[in-house]
Design a binder for this molecule. Structure first.
Ligand SMILES: Nc1ncnc2c1ncn2[C@@H]1O[C@H](COP(=O)(O)OP(=O)(O)O)[C@@H](O)[C@H]1O
Ligand SMILES: [Mg+2]
Length: 375
């Protein structure tokens, strides 16, 4: 790389007040490597950034890439794969995924979500999608069934159909076909898929796997897996443990993803507020009832504490960013003035509908941690 480019790189970094450490992080390299790019070329010194690294640095710093660099790095994808995952449904896996993806779309990254979510499928069948002009509309959505993923998965599905439909006595096949219709349709749809998930990943900066049960697929493709732990739900913790064990048991040549726990529903104070107010001031409450309520409150606190302990005893590092229930307030406000069918749903993000809310701030912090610190 020419000295003028090295000087330009340094000038751009310094005028954007970005430290070497941060610049290195954004380019996915260590500090020494970054420094070497800014060092004017001595005879024995010609280290230069890869196209991917340069592209990543400029994109993530929100700096327009100057023409001189563009010649070296055309729109190169980063191709990082994340999965915000859990076995248990209803823990916020999809909404958190879409929020983080929307935040990255706002930062001009090319983002895709690969999903097997039922609500997504239902809405697509109804011809619904993201509202034009929103950050979510910049995300490309793919149904997992439209991609070639793993042959092992397909084989497993076909075997399930054979065992439960084709191999049944003729008289029972119709019932089997009814019960396993979703699987039969899935296999038919998979057979039409032409694009490999691995090729799709190359075309994007970030690909999210909003996938529920297919651990094989997550293990094979993800670089980072954040397992959702609802801090108010023991079963979500239990299922996270099972999920992690299943992922770790998969034998695969690709390096294992980095696993983290993502704690949600973490506003312990907020959750027990009503009970506290009730116990606090109600006049004329008998001592006995007051004591019962106090005891209930204590037990509630202790239960949350116990869950907290169980979470931190897991063999899994926790992300520092904890999610609260603040999304509920933002969503409630958004839904207030809308028809039921126009309410917050799969294709909405807090980045679009409540960009100044506490909940959107949480999403930004989570995105920042995932992208800048954990990958
Ligand atoms: N950050 C968040 N943004 C929006 N909704 C969230 C968030 N965290 C949790 N949720 C909750 O997730 C629920 C929907 O989860 P769902 O789509 O059923 O989850 P999953 O994809 O895990 O099955 C909603 O009721 C919503 O209240
Ligand atoms: Mg979902």
């Amino acid at each position: 790389m020419k000295d003028e480019l090295r000087m330009l790189l340094r000038k751009l970094r310094e005028s954007a007040k970005i430290s070497v450490a941060l610049a290195a992080k954004r380019a996915f390299v260590d500090e020494r490597t970054w420094r070497s790019w800014e060092t004017l070329k001595g005879a024995a010194y010609d280290r230069q950034p890869s196209e991917k690294a340069l592209w990543s640095f400029f994109q993530r710093s929100g700096i327009e890439m100057p023409q001189e660099f563009k010649a070296r790095a055309d729109d190169k994808p980063l191709g990082k794969v994340l999965s915000i995952a859990s076995y248990k449904g209803g823990v916020g896996k999809s909404p958190i995924t879409i929020n983080v993806a929307a935040q990255l779309a706002e930062q001009n990254f090319k983002v895709a979500i690969v999903t097997d979510d039922g609500v997504f499928r239902g809405m697509c069948n109804d011809g619904r999608g993201p509202a034009p002009g929103t950050q979510v509309s910049k995300i490309d959505f793919y149904d997992e069934l439209d991609l070639i993923t793993s042959q092992a998965d397909l084989k497993k599905m076909k075997k399930e159909i054979r065992d439960n439909v084709t191999h049944l006595p003729i008289g029972e096949q119709q019932m089997g076909r009814f019960l396993y219709g979703h699987l039969i349709r899935a296999v038919e749809r998979k057979a039409l898929a032409t694009e490999r998930l691995s090729d799709l990943i190359i075309r994007y900066d970030y690909v999210f796997l909003d996938i529920n049960v297919k651990t094989e697929l997550i293990r094979r493709h993800a670089d980072l897996v954040a397992i959702v732990l609802d801090s108010n739900c023991y079963y979500s913790i239990q299922s996270a443990e099972a999920f992690l064990a299943a992922l770790r048991a998969i034998k695969c040549r690709k390096a294992a993803p980095a696993y983290f726990g993502l704690i949600t529903n973490c506003d312990v104070g907020g959750v027990s507020r009503e009970l506290q107010e009730f116990v606090g001031d109600l006049p004329g409450l008998s001592d006995e009832i007051r004591e019962d309520l106090q005891q209930a409150k204590r037990e509630h606190y202790l239960r949350r504490e116990r869950l907290h302990q169980i979470i931190h005893a897991l063999d899994l590092p926790m992300l520092t960013t904890e999610m609260t229930a603040s999304h509920k307030i933002a969503i409630e406000l958004y839904n207030e003035s809308r028809d039921f069918l126009d309410g917050y749903c799969y294709f909405h993000s807090l980045i679009d509908v409540a960009p100044h809310s506490h909940a959107a701030g949480e999403v930004r912090r989570l995105t920042d941690e995932l992208i800048n610190c954990r990958m």
